[in-house]
Each structure stands twice: as C-alpha cells, then as structure tokens.
Design a protein around this ligand. Sequence first.
Ligand code: MLM
Length: 411
Amino acid sequence: MISLADLQRRIAAGELSADAAIAQSLAAIGAQDKTIGAFVCRADSVRAASAGPLRGIAVGIKDIMDTADFPTEMGSPIYRGHRPRGDAAVVMMLKQAGASIVGKTTTTAFASTDPTATLNPHNHGHTPGGSSSGSAAAVAAGMIPLALGTQTGGSVIRPASFCGVAAIKPSYRLLPTVGVKCYSWTLDTVGLFAAGVSDVAHGLAAMTGRPELLPQASVPTPRIGIVTQDFAGAPEASGGEALRIATRATERAGATARALELPEIVAEAWRVHPVLQEFEAHQALAWEYRENYDAMAPLIRGRLDESKGTLPAAYDEALRIARRARHALAQVFEDVDVLLTLSAPGAAPKGLGSTGDARYNRLWTLMGVPCVNIPAHVADGGLPVGVQVIARYSADAEALAAARFVEQALK
Ligand SMILES: NC(=O)CC(=O)O
C-alpha cells in the first residue's frame, strides 16, 4: 500500500516530485483497476498542486460526493451522467490542502447495501465490503494513498476491516456533508481510508487544518475498555479472534484492558438505529423512491418498502433514546480513555452478494463518536479482519493516538 505520510516526507525532502507521486498512482490504477474495479471513472492525467500539505497525494472520492470535474452517479442509473456544477465541501477541503482528485470510487446505490462489482484485493472471490467499496479497495490495492467514504451504518469501518486498511469515521460533523448525497442527516458521516493510522491522521489533519490530529512523537498508553457488543449477536470465529489478538497485544504493550459492559440505554440505541435511519431515508430519497421506483436497486428499494410505515412518533422516540444513550456513553469514558471492539462480524463474506453486516458499527455511527479501524488478524484465504478503537465524542486526536498504540502493539 502507499503511505500518505511517507509520500509527504519524500516530497518535502525533494526525493520525489509531487507530479511523480501522482503519476505513480495513475500507473497503479491503470495496472490494477481492470481487475479490482474500484473506480467508476478516473482521470488519465492530473497535474499536482504546487503547494499544500497534500500536494502530490492522489485521492479517490466516493461517488455520492459532488465533483465538478467528474460525473457523480450515486451508484445508480437514475444519476447516470449527472454532472454537479461544483465540488462537495470535503472535496474542496482536499483541493485547498493541495490534493489531486484522480477519480470517483464505487459506491453501493445511494450508499445503501446493493453490492458493487468491486473485488476484495486480498481475495478476488470476496467482497471488499460497502458502501464505500471502491475507496477501501483502491487503498488496499496500493492504487492511491487516500480515499474518502461515508458511514451511515458501517460503511467506512467495515470495508476497511475487510480490506485490511486503516480508516477513521470521525466525530459527527467534524467533516461537512455539504454536497454529499444524503441517506440520513442524523447519521451520515464522511470518513477517510489510508494505509496506516498515521496516514489517516496526516490526511485528516491536512483536510481540516487541525494540527492537533497529527501523530505526536510519543504514543500515550491508553486505558482500554473491551466491548463485545453482545446485544448485536455473537461474532464469527475470525472476528472474535481479531479482538482477542488485539486485546492481548495491547496488554503486552503495557495498556490496561478490561472488559466493559455498556449501559442498557446504549444497547437500546443500537436497536433503534434502523428506525431512525430509514425514517430519514424516506425523506432524503423521496424523489428517487417515488419518481424512479423501478430504477432503484433491489435491496435499497426493498428496505424502503419495508420501512414505509414508520411513524413520526417512533422516529421521535428513537431520537430521544439516542440522546439519552449519548449521555450515558459519555460517562463510560470517565473510566477508560478508549473502547476496543469488533469492526465486523468476521472476514469479508464470500462472493459479491452482500457487503456484510453493520451490526458492530451502527451504534457508534448513531453515537457520533470517532472510530478508527486497525487491521488485527488474517483469516483463512488471506482475508484481513480489523478491530476498532472508539473515543468519546470530539476526541478524534485521542482516538487516533490510541489506534496508533494498538497498531504498534500488533506489529
Ligand atoms: N452507508 C452505510 O453505512 C451502510 C452499510 O453499513 O452498509
């Protein structure tokens, strides 16, 4: 994989020109994407910016984010050839930091669950996950050092786990969703994929202009709460093994890691996530659902059919439960610095019929807390399995620092 931080260092030191760095990514895309299928469309040539911390960094953008230079098709024939007039806010943040957008990465239709044709670079017989399928696959395949995705359920952390890359779903609204096709305005969160945790940190710090997100010289030893999310059901063997491996590694590295039960109201919030998500989706996708029903992908159309009757009262109750759960979760972080839990039930499912299950991700998206995926285990078939570090709301720097600790402990 291509390390963003290493490219930055080599470009700053004059060892590599920014244009050469971009050219390397374009060549890698040309060589691999015929097989992997991570990009919907891509540039043939791109000039690097002359300034900015992300100059020379080739970035892939999930194709639900508006781009003035490329079509934005939402993973749906309803938007085939659609050309937004301008860039989404996060695309402009990347450009203002000097990054070069080299293409649009595949997404499930409207970032829901209808699988794409993208292959898992570690084992082409398996899915890369979703809904940010192409972003995770393009980074994992070593085509680009940075990609943007989104998460409403588990669409950043789960594909990152399946593809063996680092990723962050930042605190809710750390990054704007202006110009990003909405599925659920309470849940939709823009995230980043990169080779390692430090690479994610450098990318997010550069985009946001927040130097506090940059990796610090020393990595503090965190107090870790191990959370198994039993309310979400038991994991597969490989998922449970990944959490056991990561737990043991952090203890060997000197961290305290203790099993932690979440308050019942937090488990209740996990249960109501789908009510809130689908109620908002019916409003966010009302035009597509009514005016283009037959052109909608089957899984998202089926989910909207099933949730058509959700009443405002049920939605309001879900919001109340989520608010109470966020307060209860904040108290959990009085005793630990971060939580460590499963990123996915196990390794990537076989075939391309499913992008996997968000059951270990959706709670944290609703809580709005920062989540960082770290590859932790390699299951049968060479398939990666990750774990995620979770910090309290707005503690993105702490989440990244603790994730670096876990990443280093696993080496
Ligand atoms: N957008 C999403 O997060 C959906 C998913 O988890 O598959």
